[in-house]
Structure formats: C-alpha cells, structure tokens
Write a protein that binds this ligand. Structure first.
Ligand code: DGL
Length: 212
C-alpha cells in the first residue's frame, strides 16, 4: 500500500509518525513543502495551485491514499481536491474541536494558522460541537509555523502570542507544526491538556486501507 502525505514542511511528520505506528508495512511518500511555508497566510487560489501539484506528484508515485497533513490545506482545499480527483482517497487533518468539546471542559483554546481560524470549516466545527457554557477561544498564530519550520525564534513568538491569554483547560493544536513544540506550549499552561488530530487521521487511514 502506497500512502502519499504532504504538508508545508515538517509539521506533517507528526501525522506520518502516527500513521506509521499503525501501518508500519506501508510505503510512504512525504512532501515537506518548506519552500511555500507558510500555507496559513495564502489565498485559496494559491493553495489550490500548490496542493494540486503535490497531489499530481504523489499520484505519479502510485499513491491512492493522500493524507493532507496540514490543517490549513485541509480546511481550505480538501473539498475541491476530492471533486477534482475522484479516483483518489483523501484524508484530511482538521482542528480537533470535536474531541476537545467532548472532554466537557469549559475553557478551550484553539491555536491555528490565520487561514484555518478564518475557514468556514472551523466555524462549522464550532457550530456543530460547542456545548452550552463552553467557551472556545480561537487564536490565529501568524508566524508560528514559520519559526517552527526555521527552528529559531520559537520562544519569542510564543511569548508574543500566549502571554496575555487566560489559562485554558484544553488546547487544540490546529496546525500540525504545533505538535512539534508541545513542551514549549505546555510551559505557558502547565495544567492544560493538549490535543491534536493525528490519532484521528491515523485511524481513518487504517479504515481506508481495509476497504481497498
Ligand atoms: N502545518 C500546517 C497546518 O497544519 C500549516 C503551517 C503553515 O504553513 O502555515 O496548518
């Protein structure tokens, strides 16, 4: 089984690791598109052009399952890509808002790129899953994926973004890059539970491989 995965850089490696744990025997093709990082500050048109190119490359390699290991590209492009490539199976990564609300806590913080925060998909996830008396704060984090990709300036960027945010009980890491800096984020909110969508993606990929 050939599985294609892409992201705007190294964030998607966290998703690939979760899939590999369940499917170690599959063959993986990974595109880490750091040249175009950040996706989170691009228009839908730009993102469609970029993601189409990755899908073509992975399709040529023989992948029939394509994992979009990027919340931004998923929330903005997956519906169109599914229409354009009906012969492929797409699995997307989206902010784990459903999982977070199911914990029943009152204060949830969603950290993601501006593109994901402003997406219709995020609005729909909130409308669908937010429970009465639950407060969900959406925090767009421009520049955070860039510093993670570069491996420098992470502490300064986090201070700028998080210093004034009241402590949440659950934090949704709505960008795959953020899963790489869990300990740094946890330092600001030691009591908070950090959630990402990686396990959900891995489970979905396993389900699909069983159907193929
Ligand atoms: N890793 C990506 C995500 O999950 C995007 C980071 C970026 O390129 O802005 O949203």
């Amino acid at each position: 089984m050939k599985i294609g995965i892409f992201d705007s850089g190294k964030g998607g490696t966290t998703v690939m690791a979760a899939i590999k744990e369940r499917l170690p025997e599959a063959e993986y093709f990974y595109i880490g598109d750091s040249r175009n990082c950040p996706y989170g500050e691009k228009t839908d048109e730009e993102l469609m052009k970029i993601t189409r190119k990755h899908v073509e490359t992975l399709k040529k390699k023989g992948a029939r399952i394509i994992v979009i290991a990027c919340n931004t590209a998923t929330t903005r492009c997956i519906a169109k890509l599914r229409q354009e490539y009906p012969e492929l199976k797409f699995v997307g990564t989206e902010p784990a808002i459903k999982l977070a609300t199911e914990t029943g806590v009152k204060r949830i913080l969603v950290m993601a790129t501006p593109g994901t925060i402003e997406s219709e998909r995020t609005a729909r996830l909130m409308a669908e899953y937010q429970r009465p008396r639950q407060k969900i704060r959406l925090l767009a984090c421009p520049g955070l994926a860039d510093v993670i990709e570069a491996g420098a300036g992470i502490d300064e960027k986090l201070a700028e973004l998080l210093a004034k945010i009241p402590a949440p009980e659950v934090i949704v890491l709505g960008c795959t890059h953020y899963s790489l800096i869990k300990p740094e984020i946890q330092k600001y909110f030691p009591e908070a539970k950090l959630i990402d969508g990686n396990e959900g993606v891995a489970k979905r990929v396993v389900e699909l491989t069983k159907q193929m």
